[in-house]
Each structure stands twice: as structure tokens, then as C-alpha cells.
Design a protein around this ligand. Structure first.
Ligand code: CUA
Length: 314
């Protein structure tokens, strides 16, 4: 049942939840019907030909050269291709365009995670993109390494993230909800584990989220968490990760300032639970072979402290 449910969710292109995706869905339906008609027609003609050949009586010599059939097929095929071209150009022309009121979100692709920045809100996060529902968001896309592709099937088409240029994409979710996305361009060993989530919420909830996430990390509250903050620096997690408000200012891995607020770890690979967090920090390569992150070799006490601290970063 779960497998079926996740398949239905993955078939999100057929279940549009925003204006951009709806346009593409309309085009897809049109092409499906057209392709269906062509398929039936070609199959019928093929069957007719086979049926004639299979008959015992010797075929009468063709009464004409078949030119009419030839010209007719060429005209029909050309007409079909032109119809698809015109419909496609129409969708491209009418696809949502950026406007002044749009929220701007910068998405930077990394092998294999998504850096998310809100330039107007001073927010930096990773792999989960909060947006207001019912409003357009302008995504500015670029890559820190190889070419990736940003794709939220339920909300719209895909767009490449390039190392040397910035591309843009405008998306809107009709309703609050969680929309799963995926890197759609092969980008190395863990391309398949480069998931991303768009979480659309009512505008006031989004504003609250943005204000909270622009703040530095909470101070550790208990002795265990305080020890965890020390372990974070001692074990050199800070060499790659930033926790705003602390000495940790690495920039090779995701910003962890509000890590505990995220639903998943490692770009949708693991759940953000204590169990999975321990599994991830102690043996990241078991879950995502090839990632830059090194396994943390810690005594049990220090590991517990570290995980307690990271779990407190709401
Ligand atoms: Cu990034 Cu595929």
C-alpha cells in the first residue's frame, strides 16, 4: 500500500497542483490523445495490409501507384507534428512569468543536496523550501559543481541548474501542502538521492517561519546539549557546516542552524529522527556512498551529546 501510495505521489506530473503544472498537464493530455489516434490508425492500416497479404487468392495488380496514400500520410503526419508544435509554443508563451511581488528563493545545486537561500529574509537552509501557497515564487537556480535539474512535478516543469549561469523558474502551489521534488539530471553517484521538498503554507505561517529561520541558532539549554555543541566544534563538523550564532561557519555542507526543524536528512534520504541522525553521522557512506561527509568517530557519550545538541536546533 505504501509502495502504491508513493508511486501515485511520484506520478505527480499527472496530478497538477499549480498553474504551471496544469498547463503542462493540458499539453500532455492533448499529446496523449493525438498519439492514441495515430497509434490506432497505424495499427488498423497494418492489420489491413497483413490481412490482404494473408488471403489465398492472388492479389489483383494495384490499380494505381499508391501516390494518394503516400501524399495523404505525409500531410497527416506533418499536420500532427505542427499541431504539437503550435500547442507547445502556446504553453511556453503562456507559462507563468516573474512579477514584482514574487518571493525570491535562490536554489544552489550541490552533489547531492540543495542549498536554499531567501535573499530578502536572511534565511539559509537546505533541501526543504518553504513558500506561501497561492502565490508565485521566483526560483533563481545555479550550481556549485555539475549540472543538476530542479523538478517539482506537481507544481511545474523542470529547469537545469548550471555552474556558470543563473536560470529562473516561477512556481506556485494552489493549496498548502508538501510537494516532493527530485534532481532530474544525472549528476553523479547519488543523483537518485537528491530529493527536495516544497512546503507551501498560508502566508502568515510562511512569514512566521521566515522570521524564526532568520534568527541565529538557539543556545544549548542542558549540560548534554552544551557538551554536544563542544563536540560539534571538536569533531570538526564545523569545518563543513554553519550554525549561525556559533563559531561554526563551514560552507561545504548544509547550514544546520535550524536542522531540527527539517523533516529529512541527506536530501530526503533519511528521516530526521534521533535514530537516523546517529546512523547518518556515524556512517554516512552506508546511506549515500560518495558524499563528502566523513564518518564521525566518537565515544558513545559524545555521540549522544552531539545528537542531543543537533536535535535542539529548532
Ligand atoms: Cu543533482 Cu542529479
Amino acid at each position: 500500500m505504501t509502495a502504491l501510495a508513493s508511486f501515485v505521489r511520484l506520478a505527480g506530473t499527472l496530478d497538477p497542483r499549480g498553474p504551471g503544472a496544469r498547463q503542462i498537464d493540458g499539453l500532455w493530455q492533448f499529446m496523449l490523445v493525438l498519439g492514441g489516434v495515430v497509434f490506432v490508425l497505424v495499427t488498423l492500416l497494418l492489420a489491413m495490409g497483413l490481412f490482404r497479404r494473408g488471403r489465398d487468392d492472388p492479389s489483383p495488380p494495384p490499380s494505381h501507384s499508391g501516390r494518394g496514400w503516400l501524399l495523404g500520410s505525409v500531410a497527416l503526419s506533418t499536420g500532427g507534428v505542427l499541431a504539437v508544435l503550435v500547442a507547445t509554443l502556446g504553453v511556453m508563451r503562456d507559462s507563468p512569468a516573474a512579477s514584482r511581488d514574487d518571493l525570491t528563493v535562490d536554489v544552489i545545486g550541490h552533489q547531492w543536496w540543495w542549498e536554499i537561500e531567501y535573499p530578502d529574509h536572511d534565511v539559509v537552509t537546505a533541501n526543504e523550501i518553504h513558500v506561501p501557497a497561492g502565490r508565485q515564487t521566483l526560483f533563481r537556480l545555479r550550481s556549485a559543481d555539475v549540472i543538476h535539474s530542479f523538478w517539482i512535478p506537481e507544481l511545474g516543469g523542470k529547469k537545469d541548474l548550471l555552474p556558470e549561469d543563473t536560470t529562473t523558474l516561477v512556481l506556485e502551489a494552489d493549496e498548502p501542502g508538501t510537494y516532493r521534488g527530485q534532481c532530474a539530471e544525472f549528476c553523479g553517484l547519488q543523483h537518485a538521492k537528491m530529493g527536495v521538498y516544497v512546503l507551501a503554507s498560508p502566508l502568515d505561517e510562511f512569514d512566521e517561519w521566515a522570521v524564526h529561520h532568520s534568527r541565529p541558532a538557539v543556545e544549548p539549554d542542558t549540560p548534554l546539549e552544551r557538551r554536544g555543541a563542544e563536540v560539534f566544534l571538536e569533531a570538526d563538523c564545523a569545518g563543513c557546516h554553519t550554525i549561525r550564532g556559533t563559531e561554526a561557519d563551514g560552507d561545504r555542507g548544509p547550514d544546520l542552524t535550524h536542522l531540527a526543524d527539517r523533516r529529512t536528512l541527506a536530501a530526503g534520504t533519511l528521516r530526521n529522527t534521533t535514530e537516523d541522525l546517529i546512523a547518518w553521522v556515524t556512517d554516512p557512506h552506508a546511506y549515500k556512498d560518495g558524499v563528502l561527509m566523513e564518518p564521525a568517530e566518537l565515544e558513545d557519550d559524545d555521540l549522544d551529546a552531539l545528537v542531543a545538541y543537533l536535535g535542539s536546533l529548532k
